[in-house]
Design a protein around this ligand. Structure first.
Ligand code: GLV
Length: 326
């Protein structure tokens, strides 16, 4: 009997077409993202799921899908998936590390530069017609904060954190980093979390969202950041307390922020960060180049193809499920 798999969105890349040679493929064609109740209905009876980070793969969904044998997410982060529920069933979870590293580091650095040099504010100023003859230029006109010579703190020194560190070094920054399990990276000084907060003029977050990192940058740690610092977050919203951040930015304790990810996405209109001119905002576009998204889709398809062929996924988040199978 041919296996059935569900793909929750049309995907770019080439490899996705190879899936239909191996299984009956049901692709959600929209409009928009697949609603949770349709996901639940369509997944019942499927052997595999290829999903996005917007699909909540909860314990309840997994338990309601008795035939499920693999999940492949087109994302590096897997905080939308209940991994322990998958582990309990020995179900491998594919994800897409590596291919989005440079693209996401570019986004982090773009936000860092934009926040430092007030690019969003300046853009609005020009578009709104506020730039006039009488304020054409002056010594203190749109002054920002220097990046060159400043200290960057990298919170989480995985592949993306290291790629941001390389960019920072090229911009003449001193680079400090904190990682839960200390890592030696040339050109990067490992420090304690307290030192990182106290010394960084720019702090860029590159941690996965887990039970340990949720709320890591709460009010106390935000208050411990160097006065006048800039916070950049391209990792996950739940790591930073957005209300405490908004307060610190509003009171001038922090200079600015560049934020691509939010606790709730899409970000609600009453999120206090949206009211602050010194916050550069983006709608979770860290890996959003056409080429990188195609590479991610190919990787997600390759993980699914391996699973359908009875092989280990090349990029498996929970490879212990294979070991446990013996
Ligand atoms: C993006 O946030 C991803 O996890 O791939």
């Amino acid at each position: 009997m041919r296996k059935k798999i569900l793909v929750t969105h049309t995907l770019p890349g080439e490899r996705i077409h190879a899936l239909s040679e191996l299984a009956d493929v049901n692709v959600w064609l929209g409009p928009g993202l697949m609603p949770a109740d349709s996901l639940r209905e369509e997944l019942a009876g499927c052997h595999g799921l290829v999903c996005l980070l917007t699909d909540q793969v909860s314990r309840e969904l997994i338990e309601a899908s008795p035939d499920l044998t693999f999940v492949s997410s087109m994302s590096v982060g897997v905080d939308h998936v209940d991994v322990s529920a998958l582990n309990a069933r020995g179900i491998p979870l594919g994800h897409t590390p590596g291919v989005l590293v440079e693209t996401t580091a570019d986004t982090a650095f773009a936000l860092l530069l934009a926040a430092a040099r007030r690019i969003s504010e300046a853009d609005c100023f020009v578009r709104q017609g506020a730039w006039r003859r009488e304020n054409r230029w002056s010594p203190d006109f749109f002054t920002g904060k220097d990046v060159s010579g400043a200290t960057l703190g990298v919170l989480g020194l995985g592949a993306i954190g290291q790629a941001v560190a390389r960019r920072a070094a090229a911009f003449g920054m001193r680079v400090l980093a904190w990682n839960r399990s200390p890592r030696e990276v040339p050109g990067v000084t490992a420090v304690s979390l307290e030192e990182l907060l106290a010394e960084s003029d720019f702090l860029s977050v590159h941690l996965a969202l887990t039970d340990e990192t949720r709320g890591l940058l709460g009010a106390g740690r935000i208050a411990a950041m160097k006065p006048g610092a800039v916070l950049v977050n391209t990792a996950r919203g739940g790591i930073v307390d957005e209300h405490a951040l908004a307060e610190a930015l509003g009171q001038g304790q922090l200079y600015a922020a560049g934020i691509d990810v939010f606790e709730e996405e899409p970000v609600p209109a009453d999120n206090p960060l949206l009211a602050l001119p010194n916050v550069v905002l983006a709608p979770h576009i860290g890996s959003a180049t056409a080429a990188t998204r195609a590479r991610m889709a190919d990787m997600a398809a390759n993980n699914a193809i391996a699973a359908l062929n009875g092989e280990a996924m090349p990029h498996c988040f929970n490879p212990e499920v294979y070991r446990d199978r013996g």
